[in-house]
Design a protein around this ligand. Structure first.
Ligand code: ADP
Ligand code: MG
Length: 265
């Protein structure tokens, strides 16, 4: 039982997230195995690892979509144990997740998509009904600048490029003022230019939010890399700078393929 596990580390005030001894088995298969993970507030952390390493499952465990078999996931200043909370409650505590496929309201403008995402407009599905005060309007302007869609604010979201939709969705999450932002493979399907812009966007959020980015595209990882965590078979195999991770022979073996040495795939 998770209650009988004593945390190994005292949760430091600077931690936004402290994951200890987390296990998750699916039909006898250990997707997450004695996982320990510590992250500081304001960090931009990148998680890499081969297919099936447990990366998406890890996000599912943080957001409450999946329950672990054992272990603790302590979050925020009040040390909420996320393993004991439901998905909506975790979201209310400031944990926001961006899935791989963008989900925006195609028939609404970029501006209205952001407006509808403000917590103040919760439940109000019409921008006519919701009174736009100047504070909300300033906030939307800020987000439009951050995601670089100010020039497209009147465009129907359905007419945006794939990359622009992804940025809009990140903007919609930012509208919720998340403390912890989880982003699963944001560069998938993007052009090189869009990928680079996405990297710049994520870097601009560093310090203001705590961010976990899961990514496959190594060039992109290199662009945004601060501390990089390598997951393998549901555990942390290696953690460090991009150079430390890439020069590690065990990482090269499991992640980059047995025939590679230190060159990234
Ligand atoms: P990654 O995102 O690193 O590619 P995942 O977390 O998606 O890996 O998956 C880790 C392993 O757990 C995989 O072998 C996957 O098949 C398995 N798995 C993930 N979710 C489920 C589920 N809901 N039911 C059964 N097996 C699952
Ligand atoms: Mg995945």
């Amino acid at each position: 039982m998770s209650d009988s596990v004593t945390p190994k580390k005292v949760k430091q005030p600077q931690f936004i997230l402290m994951v200890e001894d987390v296990n998750k088995t699916f039909d006898g298969f250990k997707a997450i195995s004695n996982l320990n993970f510590y992250m500081d507030k304001g960090e931009l952390r990148t998680i890499i690892g081969p297919n099936g390493a447990g990366k998406s499952t890890f996000l599912d465990l943080i957001t409450g979509r999946t329950r672990p078999d054992s272990g603790h996931i302590l979050y925020g200043e009040e040390d909420h144990d996320l393993t004991k909370l439901r998905e909506y409650a975790i979201n209310r505590l400031g944990v926001a997740r961006k899935f791989q496929t963008p989900s925006v309201y195609d028939d609404h403008t970029v501006f209205d998509n952001l407006l509808l995402s403000l917590p103040e407009s919760r439940g109000v599905f019409s921008s006519i009904v919701f009174r736009l005060n100047s504070e909300a309007s300033d906030r939307i302007d800020d987000i439009l600048k951050t995601i670089r869609l100010a020039d497209s604010q009147k465009t129907m979201a359905g007419n945006l490029s794939h990359g622009q939709k992804q940025w809009l969705e990140i903007g919609m999450l930012l509208a919720q003022r998340p403390k912890l932002l989880l982003v699963d493979e944001p560069a998938a399907g993007m052009s090189d230019e869009e990928t680079e812009r996405t990297g710049e966007l994520l870097l601009s959020l560093e310090g203001k939010h705590s961010i976990i980015v899961i990514e496959h595209d190594m060039e992109f990882v290199r662009q945004i890399a601060r501390k990089v965590t390598v997951l393998h078979q549901g555990s942390v195999l290696k953690e460090g700078t991009m150079d430390q991770v890439q020069s590690d022979p065990t990482v090269a073996e499991v992640y980059l393929g047995r025939n590679h040495t230190t060159t990234a795939a």
